[in-house]
Each structure stands twice: as structure tokens, then as C-alpha cells.
Design a protein around this ligand. Structure first.
Ligand code: 26V
Length: 717
């Protein structure tokens, strides 16, 4: 039918130009003779969107027909960045579209620049989710992501007098061509109310959760195209809406404010992403976000399963749900509730289904990041869930008691409930008990969780439940897209683009390292990336830097454990040393540009002070003519995915210098290495495995080992 009636969506230049002009005149309702770069972006995006939707539809139809097991990635954060360039490359449209847009009087660079980042995440955890979606699509998995469609993403960072100030990221200000509103996919989500016990027709004791408030979750689908495949998967983001229609009676009675207030309360739930990274804040709204998202997603997953009319025992054969940190842990409780309360399945049978379905990824061992929610808060918002959590805990502790009798201390340590006043629910404990696998995100981290935060669980479960899955990144965005010159050189040298789907093939470059022409082009690619970054620095900070200097980069969220403070102290030392040198001595020193970037959580006082310190040091160093060009310091504001795409390919050395044992993995370390940068790092997270892969000629490791840190901390008190 598409062949006969559908629009022409071929991939050639002329078809693109036709669809471009059609979108300018109809979708944007503008005259083709009077459009700016932004309209050109919108028309291009809509043209790509049409092609994406077609692939997306075909993929979903195929997955429905085949009905194979699906993998669901539940993540409160998806740090996607821009979509247009990525879609053009993954769909293989870049060249034809680039040529087509040029003939229409635009440049692809200008057009790509118009897009605002989708920044629905804080840092590593959210970007990991985005990279995994790209890889799942590329490897042809029938995968889904589930998240929230925040109205405001991570705040925009600006600098005033060297201090960070935050601005709201109202990213949906203009239309978003990368989402498909599914106004027909609506799920009711209940809060508060009460639990009533009753006896069903078969004489079984049952529980009903009744009353309270009901909100609606509306689905917005974000297509994720794989590279070099037709597979195009989906991230379903939920947006909250009030269920009731605008209260006209109240409105007519003059209670306008009250009527609008309810509307606003409901919409509040998905209004804003919490801007903390590695730090838990016990805000009720955050818990509401978590349940709202979990309830809508599980309803959707269960509805899809039920369509195939398979028995419930098949659920774990059809459904794998991966929990991205403890944020979606209530999904465990919600599935148990659906099975027991709504489907009438016995507790034990239901629990077996639940535990075979879920797996849990831990992303940090920092105690301040561990999620704990007050029991009274859960009791109020989710009374039935609180009962179920107590029951899960009771049955779990009974099993522990049976396996390891008379050990009250162990029971207290393993308990899902923390016996303080008030009591708290330990979400990590609930996630472990409700999952069949638990993983850390790098080899060291996966060992450390067994020795520290989850140590007591090993006594009961043994080691086999805990495993390692070292993080990864997508080479499509972080090399092919961000560093086209190097990507082209690699493809030419290896003779094919297969490395983009199988990174092991990069080993083939080894035999070319002494080839003069290869080396020349490698260096030329790096230099052009540095020129691009120097231009950006000039634009963003007003500081002029020399592209021939060594670029020394530390870009990541600002946090004490990441030790930007130590780096800037090092810079001060370097400056003082340069000041003491004669100009002849200075002439022998490699010129260096030290580049910082990263956001501090708005309430994190010390982190914000570190930003101010970096800017104050930059002010002194950059205005001191006596050291000439030998040292420059810049803080690039508003570090985000798009800025990372400019910075990372331009780095000579990047710093990953967390206190050993604190950075679970790190993922930017992998991106820098992939772009031929050297690493200065501590023996922490994925640095260790990267070192094994690239060899210690390409990485400078220093500092204490994780097991020494605790002793040192105590010794120096
Ligand atoms: C996130 C949030 C978000 C806002 C509200 C409170 C809260 C509390 C805890 C967390 C967990 C953050 C954990 C995290 O981001 N870990 C990072 O995960 C990366 C991907 O695995 C890893 O590379 C980083 O080393 C690790 O710090």
C-alpha cells in the first residue's frame, strides 16, 4: 500500500529536496523564499522524521508478529543530546542530505547547530542509557526504553562573576520533531486512598486499593534508529495530565484558582528533572515521579504481554526488565501487586515471576546516593505498596533465618526496612531481593559492591547473583559523528565501515602506526578538532587559545570525589612554577590549555565554590602577560552532550582522577580514548580496564589503590 499511496521517501537527494520543500510550505506554513536556518533545520528534521517513522512502524509490526522476548530498560534519565546528525548517519542519509541542503542555499553545519539538546539526564547514568539504546537498536534487539518526558531538562549553566547560575531548560519551547505524541496511549495512575480487605468468590483473602487521586500518563514515543539496520526502537516517555476535565462548576462558582490548581498539581509530576548527581534528596515529588513512571510503564508492558495470550508463567520468558539504579525499584512491588491483587495469582507463584523478570544495575557506592524513603511517606502515597514491601521483607527474612539461624544482627543488616524513627525503606535492598541478577558497572566497582555495600547479601545468596557488566559507549556518536575526519581515516585504512559495529576491528590499525601518511592524517585530524574547539572557546568564553598548545581536559559533573579541586591546585602550582622561570626556561615548556567544564548541583555549595575558584584562577593566569602563552585556563560553560562532542575529539590529555574506589565506572574516559587522547587517571572505575586494553604507554596512572584509601583516611584524621 505504501508503494502505491505513500509519499516518496527514497533516500536520494531529489527526494529529500522535495520533502524539504513540502515541509516548509505545509508543516511550517512558510514561504520557501523566506526561511532562516532554524526553519531549514525544522524542514530537514521533519523529512528525516518521516523516514524514521516508517522504519519505526515496520520494526514494531515485526516485533509484534515475531513476539520474541523483549528487553525493557527503565531509566529516569535519557541524556540523548541532539538527534538530527545521529539519525542522518545511522540511516545513511548524511551525504545525500548534505548535498541537497547545500543546493538549497544552506550548510549542513549551520542547520545541525539549530537543534536544542534533549537533556533529560544529569551525567553518566543518563548518557549510558542513551548509548545503550543506540547499541540495542544497532544490534537488532527488540528493546524499549521507558522514562519521563520532563518539561524542563537539566538546567542551563551560565557564569556570572565566575559563579554558576542556573536557568531553566525549557527545551520544548519550539516543536520537537523527535517525539510522536501518542494521545491514544493513556494510563491511569493512582495515588493515596486506602486498602480494603475482602474475600473473593473462591473464598480467598484479597486486597483492594481504593479511592485517592487518579492522574493520567500520556505516552510520547521517541524513535531510536540503529546504525546500518532497519531496526528502529522506541523510548516511551510519559507526561502527566489531570484525569478530570477542567472543573467547570467550580469555575462558574468563581473558584477559578482552585480549579486551575488541581490541573497544575497533576502536571507538576513530570515538570522537572531533579538536578542531583550521586546525591539523594528525599523529596515527595521525586517519589511521586518514580511511581507515576513505574506504574504507567508496567501497565504498558503487561498489556503488551497479555495481547499474546500466553500463560503468566511465560512472563519472564517474554519480558526482561532492567532497572537503571534503584530509581525504578517500585516496579518490583507494582508487578507483584498486579499479579496478586489484580490477576489473583498466589503470592509465591507471583514472586517467582517477579524475581525472574527483574535485574538491577548499581551505579554508585557513595552512601549519600543510596535511596531510602520514609515508610510514612510511602504509606500515605502508596498504602498497598507499603503492605507488599513489608510482606516481601517478612518472607525474605524468614528465608534468611531458615538458612542462617539465630543471627539477629544479620537480619537487621539485610532487612529492607531500616529500623529508625521513622522507619525507612532501603531501595537497594528491595532491588536486590526482587531481582535475579545484580550488576556493577566496571570490574573494580563490581568487586567493591560485594565487599562493601552489599557484603551481607553474599552470606545469604552467595556470589553468583552479583556480576559485572562494564559500561560501554556508542562509537557511532562518539567517534563517527563527533570526529568525522578520524572516522574517515579509520574506514579508509581498514577498508570498510564494519568497525562501527564491531570495535574489535580497530586492532587492524596497529599495523599502520608507522605509516607516515597515516600518522600525518591522524595528527591533522586532531589539529582540526583543536581548531574547532579553540573557535568554540573563543565564542563561549572570550578567551583566545592557541590550537598548537597541549589541551588538558577535565569535563564532568563537579563533585568532591571527582577532585576538580586537586586539578586546579595543580594548575596554581604550575602557574607559580612558570612565574619563577626565566623566559629561556619557559621556552622549553610545552604550552598548555587547561580546560574545565561541568555542572554543579544547584544546592551543592562546595562544588559551586570550586567553579568560582577555577574561574578566579583563570582570570589571574589568562591576564598575566609575563607567562605569555605558556598557560591558559578556561571554564567552558553549560557542558552538555553537544559541547562534549566538540571537546572530546580535541583533547590531548584528559583527567579522570577520582579518589580510588569512588567513580563506579566513568564513561567519558572511554570516549576520550576512542578519539586518540591520552588519559591521566587514578586506579579507579573503568580506567583500570581501559589501561589493560590500550597499554600503559597511553595512560598515566597515579595514586593509591582503592583498598588503601580507607586506611589513609583514618590515619590522617
Ligand atoms: C541519581 C540521582 C538523580 C537525582 C536525584 C537523586 C539521585 C540519587 C542517586 C543517583 C544515582 C547516581 C549514580 C550515578 O550517576 N552513577 C554514575 O553512573 C555512571 C554510569 O554507570 C558511571 O559511569 C559513573 O561512574 C557513576 O558515578
Amino acid at each position: 500500500l505504501w508503494e502505491k499511496y505513500g509519499a516518496d521517501e527514497s533516500d536520494d537527494k531529489e527526494s529529500f529536496q522535495k520533502s524539504f520543500i513540502r515541509h516548509v510550505t505545509t508543516t511550517l506554513a512558510r514561504s520557501i523564499y523566506n526561511i532562516d536556518n532554524f526553519s531549514a533545520y525544522q524542514a530537514t528534521a521533519h523529512s528525516v522524521r518521516d523516514r524514521l517513522i516508517k522504519r519505526w512502524n515496520e520494526t514494531q509490526q515485526t516485533h509484534t508478529e515475531v513476539d520474541s522476548k523483549r528487553v525493557y530498560y527503565l531509566s529516569l534519565e535519557f541524556l540523548l543530546g541532539r538527534s538530527l546528525d545521529n539519525a542522518l548517519l545511522n540511516l545513511g542519509l548524511k551525504d545525500n542530505y548534505g548535498g541537497g541542503i547545500k543546493e538549497l542555499g544552506f550548510t549542513m553545519e549551520d542547520v545541525l547547530e539549530q537543534e536544542v539538546d534533549a537533556a533529560l539526564g544529569n551525567g553518566g547514568l543518563g548518557r549510558l542509557a542513551a548509548c545503550y539504546m543506540d547499541s540495542l537498536a544497532t544490534m537488532d534487539y527488540p528493546a524499549w526504553g521507558y522514562g519521563l518526558r520532563y518539561t524542563y531538562g537539566i538546567f542551563q549553566q551560565r557564569l556570572k562573576d565566575g559563579y554558576q547560575i542556573e536557568f531553566p531548560d525549557y527545551w520544548l519551547n519550539f516543536d520537537n520533531p523527535w517525539e510522536l505524541p501518542r494521545l491514544d496511549v493513556v494510563v491511569d495512575v493512582q495515588f493515596c486512598g486506602s486498602v480494603n480487605r475482602y474475600t473473593d468468590e473462591e473464598g480467598h483473602e484479597r486486597y483492594a486499593w481504593e479511592g485517592g487521586d487518579t492522574l493520567q500518563a500520556i505516552a510520547y514515543d521517541v524513535p531510536i534508529p540503529g546504525y546500518g539496520t532497519k531496526n528502529c526502537i522506541n523510548i516511551r516517555l510519559w507526561s502527566s495530565k489531570p484525569k478530570r476535565q477542567f472543573d467547570l462548576t467550580r469555575f462558574n462558582e468563581g473558584q477559578y484558582e482552585q480549579a486551575v490548581y488541581e490541573q497544575m498539581q497533576a502536571e507538576n509530576i513530570t515538570a522537572v528533572l531533579y538536578p542531583n548527581d550521586n546525591h539523594m534528596v528525599g523529596k515527595e515529588l521525586r517519589l511521586k515521579q518514580q511511581y507515576f513512571w513505574v506504574a504507567a510503564s508496567l501497565f504498558d508492558i503487561v498489556r503488551r504481554f497479555k495481547k499474546s495470550e500466553k500463560p503468566w508463567s511465560n512472563f519472564p520468558l517474554q519480558v526482561a526488565i532492567q532497572l537503571n539504579d534503584t530509581h525504578p525499584t517500585l516496579a518490583i512491588v507494582e508487578l507483584q501487586r498486579i499479579l496478586v491483587d489484580l490477576e489473583g495469582i498466589g503470592w509465591d507463584e507471583a514472586w517467582a515471576i517477579v524475581t525472574q523478570t527483574f535485574a538491577f544495575t548499581n551505579h554508585t557506592i557513595l552512601p549519600e546516593a543510596m535511596e531510602r524513603w520514609p515508610v510514612p511517606m510511602i504509606q500515605y502515597l502508596l498504602p498497598r505498596h507499603m503492605q507488599i514491601i513489608f510482606d516481601i521483607n517478612l518472607f525474605f527474612l524468614q528465608k534468611v533465618e531458615k538458612a542462617i539461624p539465630n543471627n539477629r544482627d544479620l537480619l537487621a543488616k539485610l532487612s529492607i526496612i531500616e529500623e529508625s524513627t521513622p522507619q525507612f525503606v532501603r531501595m537497594a535492598h528491595l532491588a536486590i531481593v526482587g531481582s535475579h541478577r545484580v550488576n556493577g558497572v566496571a570490574a573494580l566497582h563490581s568487586e567493591l559492591i560485594k565487599q562493601t555495600i552489599f557484603k551481607d547479601f553474599i552470606q545469604f545468596y552467595g556470589e553468583s547473583k552479583f556480576e559485572n557488566k562494564t559500561n560501554g559507549i556508542t562509537p557511532r556518536r562518539w567517534l563517527h559523528q563527533a570526529n568525522p575526519k578520524l572516522s574517515e581515516l579509520i574506514t579508509e585504512t581498514l577498508g570498510s565501515k564494519n568497525w562501527l559495529k564491531n570495535l574489535d576491528l580497530l586492532k587492524g590499525l596497529k599495523s599502520h602506526v608507522n605509516n607516515k601518511d597515516f600518522r600525518k592524517r591522524w595528527v591533522a585530524a586532531k589539529l582540526s578538532n583543536k581548531v574547532r574547539l579553540a573557535d568554540y572557546i573563543q565564542k563561549a568564553t572570550g578567551v583566545t587559545v592557541n590550537s598548537n598548545a597541549l589541551f588538558d581536559v577535565q569535563v564532568k559533573r563537579i563533585h568532591e570525589y571527582k577532585r576538580q579541586f586537586m586539578n586546579i591546585l595543580g594548575v596554581i602550582h604550575r602557574y607559580n612554577t612558570l612565574k619563577k622561570m626565566t623566559s629561556e626556561e619557559r621556552a622549553c615548556v610545552v604550552h598548555r590549555v587547561v580546560i574545565f567544564g561541568g555542572k554543579a548541583a544547584p544546592g551543592y555549595y562546595i562544588a559551586k565554590l570550586v567553579i568560582k575558584l577555577i574561574n578566579s584562577v583563570a582570570e589571574v593566569v589568562n591576564n598575566d602577560n609575563s607567562i605569555e602563552d605558556s598557560l591558559k585556563v578556561v571554564f567552558i560553560p553549560d557542558y552538555n552532550v553537544s559541547v562534549a562532542e566538540i571537546i572530546i575529539p580535541a583533547s590531548d590529555i584528559s583527567q579522570h582522577i577520582s579518589t580510588a574506589g569512588t567513580e563506579a565506572s566513568g564513561t567519558s574516559n572511554m570516549k576520550f580514548v576512542l578519539n586518540g587522547g591520552l588519559i591521566l587517571g587514578t586506579v579507579d572505575g573503568a580506567n583500570i580496564e581501559i589501561c589493560e586494553e590500550i597499554g600503559d604507554d597511553n595512560i598515566f596512572m597515579f595514586g593509591n589503590l582503592a583498598h588503601q584509601v580507607d586506611d589513609l583516611r583514618h590515619a590522617h584524621r
